[in-house]
Design a binder for this molecule. Structure first.
Ligand code: EPS
Length: 383
């Protein structure tokens, strides 16, 4: 499969086209909209999320609730467009240069973007660099989540820490665990930790500062053998890492024990193999991937999210016109968007996994994919 997306943060809408999605997949648009609203919530978000109520409008590829195998196209309206029609006009109307943004924010795409694209208004960079774009990637992934649901594959996310305050670690995560995460507006398990984190978010807001954190994505019920050891661009961990790193603000990706395993002996890192009617492991330090392939265990992948670079108490920068020392520009922004980042990454993971699933069990329709999947499962069961 492939997809393209387009859209500026304060443009008219976000647009996406998915090509190669199989036919006859039942799609409930409400479920896609639910993913979009999950992305919008979370303690520490800014005013924009009060304006938007993200919903997709499907314009092709689906008829009577089922995919046709043709390109799926959709848009998500930016309600805020009403306030930006003039400054974001695509027509060649009068442009008031005094509204140009000229003070690049450290940590943002601003400075490199204007140099690379030969711009003199930072808005021409920040509009597309904005995490608003993740609404369309979330919706693309939400189609894939529904596809994967047919094969009982589940994807969840949780916040591991924000600003250094860590949620409790629970090894066995049942349904109840994920229900509790969904109830928390910080996507953490422990209520006391939630309160502590809310306090530091409030403090950061008061100080004009921002906070980052770590999110963990869990993908369960995967068959063994998605991805491949045979070639660099077919390794599933590599594919996930690339797509995760391509999300705004992600500065690190870790699969399974990741960086910790570099400090630990091999005998403590590798997951011993057992057999009881089927192969299984008692530990999952590998995070479900060995040799670039799923090994049948839960995929566990973490992402480090840096604090948002728009600070209400700005850092020093240089004005691109005068070259004078200035404070960085301020845009309306969030204090902390870590819980939302987890939701986006769930859906990004859904895209990567669905694409690999279709590659392995290939077919034009979901029925054909299901036949290939069932054949493979009966082969694996006989081992
Ligand atoms: C976002 C929309 C943006 C920001 C945020 C995420 O809207 P606005 O710029 O109008 O406030 O709230 O984006 C950023 C933090 C960023 O750096 O661009 C969204 O839809 O998620």
């Amino acid at each position: 499969m492939k997809f393209l997306n387009a859209g500026e943060s304060h443009g008219k809408c976000l647009t996406a086209i998915i090509e190669g999605f199989p036919s006859n997949v039942e799609i409930d648009v409400q479920k896609i909209n639910k993913e979009l609203s999950r992305r919008q919530v979370g303690y520490g978000r800014g005013k924009r999320m009060e304006i938007e109520k993200d919903k997709i409008e499907v314009t092709s590829g689906i008829r009577f609730g089922k995919t046709l195998g043709s390109p799926i196209a959709f848009t998500i309206k930016n309600k805020d467009w009403e306030n930006w029609k003039i400054p974001m006009s695509s027509e060649n109307i009068y442009h008031d240069e005094s509204i140009n943004i000229t003070q690049p924010r450290p940590g943002h795409a601003d400075l490199s973007g204007i140099i690379k694209y030969r711009q003199n208004d930072i808005r021409n960079i920040l509009e597309r660099a904005s995490a608003r774009e993740t609404a369309s990637r979330t919706a693309v992934g939400a189609f894939c989540k529904q596809f994967l649901g047919n094969f009982k594959i589940e994807i969840h996310s949780r916040v591991v820490n924000i600003g250094g305050i860590k949620d409790v670690d629970i090894a066995e995560k049942g349904t109840n665990f994920w229900d509790k995460i969904e109830e928390s507006d910080l996507r953490v398990y422990d209520k006391d930790k939630e309160e502590e984190i809310k306090k530091i978010i409030d403090e950061a807001k008061k100080d004009g500062d921002t906070l980052g954190g770590v999110v963990e994505i869990s993908i369960s019920n995967l068959p063994v053998g998605l991805g491949s050891h045979t070639f660099y661009d077919r390794k599933l961990d590599g594919l996930l890492a690339q797509q995760f790193m391509a999300m705004q603000a992600v500065k690190g990706v870790e699969i399974g024990d990741g960086f910790k395993s570099a400090d630990t002996k091999g005998s403590k890192v590798h997951d011993e193999i057992y057999y009881d009617n089927k192969y299984y492991r008692r530990t999952n330090h590998a995070g479900g991937i060995e040799g670039g392939m799923t090994n049948g265990e839960e995929i566990i992948i973490k992402a480090a999210i840096k604090p948002i670079p728009t600070l209400m108490k700005p850092l020093n920068t240089v004005d691109i016109e005068t070259k004078e020392k200035k404070e960085a520009s301020k845009e309306r922004s969030d204090v902390c968007a870590v819980p939302a980042a987890g939701v986006v990454l769930e859906n990004i993971a859904a895209w990567v996994v669905a694409d690999e699933f279709i590659r392995k069990f290939s077919g034009d329709s979901i029925e054909e994919i299901n036949e290939n999947f069932s054949n493979y499962l009966s082969y694996v069961e006989k081992l």
